[in-house]
Ligand binder design. Structure first.
Ligand code: F3S
Length: 285
C-alpha cells in the first residue's frame, strides 16, 4: 500500500505560536496562575497536557470578570476589543497570542468602520474568530454565511459603502460566490480576501491527494472547523474519507482492500498524532 501524507498537514503558524506561548508562560512564570481564554486550540490531547501543567481554561466572559490576578493568554482566534478593555480595567496581565493574520483583520475592521464602512464578515457567526472580528467594528457589522443571507443583505441607511472581510478558515470558493452576490447590489464596495494561505494550501493539497487515492484520512478534533472543512472537501473528491481524532478512531479493516491512502490533518492537530497514524497505517499494510 502507498501512503501519502500532505506536507501542509497539522499545526499552522498561528496555532504553533499560540501553543508555544502557553508553554513559554508555564516555564517563565511558574509562580503565577496561568489561564487561557477558551481552549488554546481545538485539540483535547494538547488541552489535557496543559491542564496537567496547571493551566486553567476560562470558558465565559462571566468567569473572566472574576479573575483579578495571574496571566490570561488570548488564543490564536482572537477576542472582541471589549475583552482586552475588560482585562485592562481589572488590571489583569494578558498575553495576546492572536494570530497576526487575524490581528490584521481586527485592524482593518476597526479602521474601515471608523471611516464609515459597513463591515461584512463572511464566516460562521458561531465561531469565536468571527465573534472576535465583529467585536472590533466601531459601527454596523453583518456576518454572512449563506447565499440567502448574501441576497438579503442591505446597507444600513447611514452607511454608503461596504467593506468585506473573511474568516481566515473560510472556504475560498464559497467566499467568491458570496462576494459575487453582494457585488451585484452595486454598493461602493471593497473586498479584502483575508482567508489565510495556510488554510487554502491545506485545502488544495488535500483535494489534490483525495482525488488520486482510494481512501483518505482526515485527522483533527471534531470541534475544529477547519478540519470539518477539510473533511467536506476530501469527501467530495474521495468517497472513502474517514474523519478521526486519534489513531484509536481508525478502523484498519476499512483500509484492507485499498492500495493508496492519503492523510491530511487540521491546523490544530499535533504532529505526534499525525505521525502515529501515518506509522501505523504503513506498518499494518
Ligand atoms: Fe493564523 Fe492562518 Fe493559522 S490565520 S491561526 S496561520 S490558519
Amino acid at each position: 500500500m502507498q501512503v501519502e501524507l500532505a506536507k501542509s498537514a497539522g499545526f499552522c503558524f498561528g496555532v504553533q505560536r499560540a501553543v508555544d506561548t502557553v508553554y513559554k508562560q508555564i516555564e517563565e512564570n511558574s509562580a503565577e496562575k496561568i489561564y487561557t481564554y477558551g481552549p488554546i486550540i481545538h485539540n483535547e490531547e494538547v488541552i489535557k497536557d496543559m491542564e496537567k501543567k496547571g493551566v486553567e481554561v476560562i470558558l465565559s466572559e462571566e468567569e473572566l470578570k472574576q479573575i483579578k490576578s495571574g496571566i490570561v493568554i488570548i488564543r490564536s482566534h482572537g477576542v472582541p476589543k471589549r475583552i482586552c478593555d475588560l482585562l485592562d480595567e481589572n488590571g489583569v496581565r494578558y498575553v495576546d497570542a492572536t494570530c497576526p493574520f487575524v490581528k490584521k483583520i481586527h485592524r482593518i475592521v476597526e479602521e474601515k468602520s471608523r471611516d464609515g464602512y459597513h463591515i461584512v464578515i463572511i464566516g460562521n457567526r458561531e465561531h469565536p474568530e468571527v465573534m472576535g472580528i465583529e467585536g472590533w467594528a466601531q459601527g454596523p457589522a453583518t456576518i454572512i454565511q449563506t447565499e440567502e443571507e448574501a441576497r438579503a443583505f442591505e446597507l444600513v441607511p447611514e452607511s454608503e459603502k461596504v467593506c468585506v472581510v473573511a474568516q481566515t478558515t473560510f472556504n475560498y470558493n464559497k467566499f467568491k460566490d458570496l462576494v459575487e452576490i453582494i457585488s451585484e447590489k452595486r454598493y461602493d464596495i471593497i473586498v479584502l480576501n483575508t482567508i489565510c494561505n495556510a488554510t487554502k494550501e491545506r485545502q488544495e493539497e488535500a483535494y489534490d491527494i483525495a482525488k488520486r487515492v482510494d481512501a483518505m484520512i482526515v485527522i483533527g478534533d471534531k470541534r475544529s472547523s477547519n478540519t470539518q472543512k477539510l473533511f467536506e472537501i476530501c469527501s467530495n473528491a474521495c468517497a472513502d474519507t474517514y474523519y478521526i481524532q486519534t489513531l484509536g478512531d481508525l478502523n484498519m479493516n476499512q483500509l484492507r482492500s485499498v492500495e493508496t491512502v492519503g492523510i491530511t490533518a487540521g491546523a490544530s492537530t499535533p504532529n505526534k498524532i499525525i505521525e502515529e497514524v501515518q506509522n501505523n497505517v504503513r506498518i499494518n499494510f
